[in-house]
Write a protein that binds this ligand. Structure first.
Ligand code: 0RA
Length: 635
């Protein structure tokens, strides 16, 4: 901080300087990183303040602009931050909000401060980390302005012209002394603003990018119900409009929406104060038990299930379910390593009772929708029962565990799972080459014949009965779904090896879908990989080169220009000898493996629904768009 700036300050402002200093010294403590994420966090932080004002019922428009110089403006039409001097201190409320950490909620009455992000740090942190910031307040018939440099006001609040409007405009330039760069990403911001617009119905949020002349506006009258509609846009649904429920219990605002489609999987997202709680928490638990409760009560009462028949299970009511549970509460506790699990224990019963009551009421008032949904749940229950019987039958027929291993599995001799690998290989002939080429001490091979069942379109009993999938499950020893037990995993590396053609990529997608839906923990814990067989061999005299991408091929051809070359394309694994397969694709010293990761669960879920669902068109578009890219597959 420069001397001259310090001199303008009197003793009572020393505390402010200390706070600004603290933020600038350790920005990571307040915004996580000073990289891309932290930079975007600044922008979101201001939007959250405007969203709070919207939630308090005083604002319905928020406009974000990224300027050419990477300055950012956030405008809202709320009440405007108060500009009056506070009775308790010698500064204005505005200055307090802009310079004190966590000042926001303390001033001007009960501000409902619930949409705070992961850190919930507020405007003062944005201010401290900006090389300059300008506030314009429209309030009480006037326009007020105040400027700041690196968090410190450069002068008093100025009342300038008159204006009948109300609202707050903040423009800031993130400090290049703090941030690695100021490259805002339009799409990333769009995604977050769209989500915020879904979660705050009736609020219009727009984004304008003056660098690229892009513009987007988000407004959803139906809020999260519109979100569910969008998630289901490629699916056949059981009832055309999602069920929407809302209630306020104590000071917790609860919204839930649900709709069933014809699939066999569940996709429920939960939010607390607009934060996606990927690890769930008390609100999700409450929501789930409410569903089971309400559907069972209704079914028994209306004789859709006889008194003597068993209840629907949680699983039965969740198949094909797309749902969102969103809560807003004054003091959220975020838990877990990534702070994406809601802790507040009271929320569980608040959500459970509100959703049970409101859902029961909905079912009473919509008997035909209720019947359609319950019929679907009963079908699921039937399939579950059939699957259990099929499993029992298999168990009886084949007897002891050891003998249930698939006959075509070529085991490895090593017993310690941590050093063992299983190759899932497309086709018997490639399987044969892999069996001959492998290192049999630690590499096991399971050849897969023909197409794998599309688990996205099959009921549970079909999945259990499918021979290739059963072979995989028994070879891995982990079982699936609720019975999945990672500690039983026989091979810590599970490697999918398919041909580099359309069939190969289809089989790989089918396998990935299966793992994603039925053994997600194996993916989360980093056990699933994709082998990278070469695409070409280039011979140049006595030398030969294995080529793994089109780019590599171009580079190599350039490098060897002028020589007599022989280029051979490899489409199938079967075209390679066992030795070639070993040295190019299986030898740990020389091979490349792609580890399968699920970065963004909602996006992955969408991708699978689209790829594996019934609609042909989006699937074809997706596969075409990514055909060049399958080597970098990160689901
Ligand atoms: C405190 C009190 C009042 C409004 C706000 C804060 C406020 C803060 C922000 C931040 C961005 N936009 C905002 N809009 C409003 C209300 C005081 C009153 O008029 O009663």
């Amino acid at each position: 901080m420069e001397e001259s700036e310090l001199n303008q300050y009197t003793a009572e402002n020393i505390q402010i300087l200390d706070e600004i200093e603290a933020v600038r010294l350790r920005p990571g403590m307040y915004i996580g990183t000073t990289g891309r994420e932290g930079l975007h966090h600044l922008l979101y932080e201001l939007v959250y303040n405007s969203v709070d004002e919207a939630m308090a019922g005083f604002c319905d428009q928020i406009e974000v602009t990224i300027h050419k110089d990477n300055g950012v403006t956030v405008v809202d039409n709320g009440r405007g931050i108060p500009t009056e001097t506070m009775s308790t201190a010698n500064i204005t409320a505005l200055e307090a909000v802009m310079t004190h950490l966590h000042a926001g909620a303390k001033f001007g009455g009960p501000v409902y401060n619930t949409s705070s992000g992961l850190h919930g740090v507020g405007a003062s942190v944005v201010n401290a980390l900006s090389s300059w910031l300008q506030v314009e307040i429209r309030r009480q018939g006037k326009i007020y302005r105040q400027d700041y440099r690196r968090g410190i006001p450069t002068g008093e609040i100025q009342a300038t012209e008159d204006s009948p409007d109300t609202g707050t405009t903040i423009t800031f330039l993130a400090d290049e002394e703090i941030f690695e760069n100021l490259d805002y990403d339009f799409d990333t911001i769009c995604q977050r603003l769209r989500e915020l617009a879904f979660l705050n119905k009736g609020v219009q949020i727009s984004l304008k990018d003056e660098r690229t002349y892009q513009e987007k506006t988000f407004y959803f009258e139906g809020g999260i119900a519109s979100f569910v509609n969008r998630l289901n846009r490629n699916r056949a649904v059981i009832c055309p409009s999602p069920i929407y429920l809302s209630a306020t219990v104590d000071s917790t605002i609860i919204e839930a929406t649900l709709q069933y489609n014809d699939s066999f999987t569940e996709s429920t997202s939960s939010f607390a104060n607009c934060v996606n709680t990927r690890d769930g928490g008390s609100h999700l638990t409450g929501f789930r038990s409410a569903l089971t409760h309400a559907f069972n009560d209704y079914s028994k009462k209306n004789k859709l299930i006889k008194d003597t028949e068993p209840n629907l299970t949680g699983d039965d009511v969740r198949q094909g379910l797309v749902a969102i549970i969103s809560v807003k509460l004054p003091k959220p506790q975020f838990e877990g390593q990534t702070k994406t699990k809601l802790g507040n224990p009271e929320v569980r019963s608040q959500v459970e009772s509100a959703v049970t009551d409101n859902l029961s009421l909905y079912l009473e008032q919509h008997p035909s929708e209720a019947r359609a949904i319950i019929n679907k749940c009963l079908l699921t229950a039937k399939a579950r029962e059939a699957a259990r019987k099929a499993r029992d039958l298999v168990f009886k027929r084949t007897g002891l565990e050891a003998s249930t291993l698939p006959g075509k599995l070529a085991e490895c001799s090593e017993k310690n799972p941590a050093s063992c690998e299983l190759y899932l290989v497309e086709g018997d002939s490639a399987g044969g080459s892999a069996k001959q080429g492998r290192d049999r001490r630690f590499q096991a091979i399971l050849p897969l014949r023909g197409k794998i069942l599309n688990v996205e379109k099959a009921p549970k009993d079909k999945i259990v009965a499918h021979e290739e999938l059963r072979a995989i499950v028994t070879a891995l020893r982990t079982n699936t779904d609720e019975q999945f037990d990672l500690s039983k995993l026989r091979y810590h590396l599970v490697i999918i090896m398919t041909d580099a053609d359309v069939d190969g990529s289809h089989i790989r997608t089918l396998l990935l879908t299966f793992f994603y839906r039925h053994m997600i923990e194996a993916i989360n814990q980093g056990h699933l990989f994709i082998a990278q067989p070469p695409l070409y061999r280039i011979r140049c005299g006595k030398k030969q080169f294995w080529i793994y991408s089109e780019q590599e091929k171009e580079d190599k051809l350039k490098e060897l220009e002028g020589n007599k070359l022989e280029v051979q394309r490899y489409k199938g694994l079967g075209e390679m000898s066992p030795e070639q397969l070993w040295s190019t694709t299986m030898n740990p010293a020389t091979r490349t493996l792609l580890q399968v990761k699920v970065e963004d669960a909602i996006a992955a879920d969408q991708a699978f629904r689209m790829l594996m669902g019934n609609e042909v068109l989006p699937r074809r578009n997706f596969i075409q768009a990514h055909a060049q890219n399958v080597r970098n597959l990160d689901i």
